[in-house]
Write a protein of this length. Structure first.
Length: 351
């Protein structure tokens, strides 16, 4: 199989971890007889510095003509500490999601063979956890009308959803549920929000066409509790943009290190794959960041974008093995602490 992959390393540790994912993908290409080409483009603070725009047009063009996108991280303390900055790296991220129509953000939450040395939760709560959160990514309050009154003393952010937007992401969620345990939990706040009532109504209508999937609705406040108390009860969770943002940070805590979790953003044309962690600026250039989130994002790309399940499994199995041998970066290992590059070397050896 011949595939062209756009690489957007971004800021902080983004470049060094995507580099490791590329090394792993090259190993897979060699072993399974595929041809992957990689082309880089700028995004985030790195793109503001070079081009003056956090999501330059040339980056967008490269993404749209590629078969998939490997994304690092964006964000730089120089902007976080300056609320008056007019151009911010995060604008690049939101502009990219919208321009590439990345409507469904898929965040799997899983524990490898009971491996969760740094989880704050008890082993009996997290053993066997394996669920997926699907977050609507280009609608809702993130993209609604926002502004200030003329005297500047009040402000608003409108949360708006159309039926089409709900159907598009819900269809993805129903189909994914069909491939898994056929259990879909829709998280909303339908006791208060009109948008949530439209979500419920729409999904109840759609459920008639997916009779094999059992659908439950859960209020977001309750869901935030259940995710920590009984994470084992979930299989596929579907929710709107803002609730998904919050719940996925919460859920990532279950596994003990945010450094290990991959994600996918499904696009109408090209899909994007990235670790769920941020740019981790303190670790930049130190060769200490956990590369597993990025490496598994590469594995998700193989499965979700290219349909290469066997190749994807080869990466998951190598990572599982490396962890079971006790190796890891400083965030997960107790004794056999390896650098970003050394841990990747081990994974590549095992593939
Ligand atoms: C995420 C991030 C972004 C979001 C920020 C950086 C705008 O938190 O990808 O979850 O809120 O979507
Ligand atoms: Mn977030």
């Amino acid at each position: 199989m011949i595939k062209n992959i756009a690489v957007l390393p971004g800021d902080g540790v983004g470049p060094e971890i995507t580099e490791q994912a590329i090394r792993v993908l090259k190993k897979i290409a060699e072993k399974f007889g595929h041809e992957f080409t990689f082309k880089n483009a700028h995004i985030g603070a790195a793109a503001i510095d070079k081009i003056g725009d956090p999501f330059p047009n040339e980056t967008k063009e490269l993404c749209l003509k590629s078969d998939a996108i490997l994304f690092g991280a964006i964000g730089d303390p120089k902007y976080d500490n300056d609320p008056t900055a007019k151009i911010r790296p995060e604008q690049g991220l939101l502009a990219m999601r919208k321009a590439l129509v990345l409507y469904a953000n898929i965040r799997p939450i899983f524990v490898f063979d009971n491996f969760s040395p740094k989880s704050p939760l008890k082993p009996e709560v997290i053993n066997g956890v394996d669920f997926i959160v699907i977050r609507e990514l280009i609608g809702g309050i993130y993209f609604g009308k926002k502004g200030r009154s003329s005297d500047g003393k009040s402000a608003y952010d409108v949360n708006e959803y159309s039926k089409e937007e709900i159907v598009r992401v819900a269809k993805y969620a129903f189909e994914l549920s069909q491939k898994r345990k056929k259990k879909l939990t829709v998280v909303d706040k339908a006791n208060v929000l009109e948008t949530s009532r439209l979500w419920r109504e729409t999904i109840q209508e759609m459920a008639k066409n997916y009779k094999d999937v059992s659908v439950e609705f859960m209020f977001v406040d309750n869901a935030s509790m259940q995710i920590i108390k009984h994470p084992i009860n979930f299989d596929v969770i579907l929710t709107e943009n803002m609730f998904g943002d919050i719940l996925t940070d919460e859920a990532s805590v279950i596994t003990g290190s945010i450094g290990m979790l991959p994600s996918a953003s499904i696009g109408e044309k090209t899909s994007l794959f990235e670790p769920i962690h941020g740019s981790f600026p303190r670790a930049k250039g130190k060769n200490i960041a956990n590369p597993i989130g990025s490496i598994l994002s590469g594995a998700m790309m193989l499965e979700y974008a290219f349909g290469l399940k066997k190749e994807s499994d080869a990466i998951y199995n190598a990572v599982k093995k490396v962890l079971s041998l006790g190796f890891g970066t400083q965030d997960i290992a107790e004794e056999n602490v390896l650098s970003t590059i050394e841990l990747t070397d081990k994974i590549i050896e095992l593939i």
